[in-house]
Design a protein around this ligand. Sequence first.
Ligand code: PLP
Length: 435
Amino acid sequence: MSLRERDARVIANIARLRFSPLGLVGGAGNRLIEEGGRQLLDLSASFGPAILGHGHPAITAAVSAACANMAGASLAAHPNEDAVALAEDLLRLTPGGGERRVWFGHSGSDANDCVMRVLQAATGRSRFISFIGSWHGGMSGPISISGHTALTHTLPRAGLLLLPYPDPYRPTFSADEVLKQLDYHFATTCPPSQVAGIFIEPLLDDGGLIVPPAGFLQAVQQRCRRHGIQIIVDEVKVGLARSGRMHCFEHEGLEPDVVVFGKGLGGGLPLSAILGPQHIMDHAPAFAIQTTAGNPVACAAGRAVLQTIADEGLIERARRIGAIFSDGLRALRARHPMIGDVRGRGLAVGVDLVADRQSREPVPVAMTAKVVYRAYQLGAVFFYVGLRGNVLEFTPPLTLTEAEAEEGLAIVDQAMTDVTRGLVSDAAVAPFIMW
Ligand SMILES: Cc1ncc(COP(=O)(O)O)c(C=O)c1O
């Protein structure tokens, strides 16, 4: 029986998001190894965490050493060198003033959940603001403040103010209109004194790789700051060098009170972190404990990731390879009318597929799924996102080479040609339309 068939028999559907029949037996560098031995170019990094690719020597060495001499398994119970040093590194690398403290968890989801709980407790305020299109995680708390179409199975939390995220390509609401809505809510049904914090993705990834209009997030920040509302920047998907800056919020001139890291921080191992003001993060002892959080093995991976970003110049590389890749995708517009827009920052790149360039009407989701599926057949792995499921998402390892970027472009080109020619049937792709 194949891995995929066994997977279908034992792994819960609620945990699966499968865009192709790919089943993995290994990974090396920026390649994934499929059952049977075929190697595929990884242009997703498993939705971002495999920031250094697969089996990077720095991570392998750090994790092996930490594991072979394991300083306990719980930061809650006692400090360990890797956790404390990683916290020191994160504080050094993240701009922000005043006394700050670090919390470690296992995922972006638990980190955002923790932020919600501690902010409510520490500020005595119970409401939050977030954006339509945002994805803050798959636990009760973060789902309830997310604004993604794929999460409408769970109701938003009471008192949530969900604002549109202005999209320069499909400007349903301009930045000014959203600011006007915010002001109106503050003046009427959402007194700012009730709001603990605003969750901001500095680049709306799962919502369609939307880069906000210049100055918009700063204007939001100004308004919230005036009312003592905490600014929480969710860097889980696009932080840590991916955007071509160490932190994506730096592009937007944001000065967050709280920064949330996940995904790439662990280089594939489960690790997340929150940096926040001491008076909030020290709210009460043992307020947000998870036994194995901050364990030395995951934190050793985190230290290796930060060290490798510096050693291999990955910020600059994300910018350079990202530009090559994005320019290449833009060049494909001449051959593929389905490409409406190419956008993003660094190595977080989205391709918005349209049925008609004039109206910018998104393609049906099956069309996006076919491009992803065909690319898998041709040897590249990436997925799709967006509120209408029409945006190809490229978040490759930051170690992607120029040659690999060119190889990826050739596969995307061929996949689009083949899909346009009708080479992928509706039936073939039907099991892989996930959202
Ligand atoms: C911006 C953002 N925040 C938080 C999360 C949740 O992270 P995780 O799924 O690792 O818990 C995600 C996941 O996609 C995300 O994109």
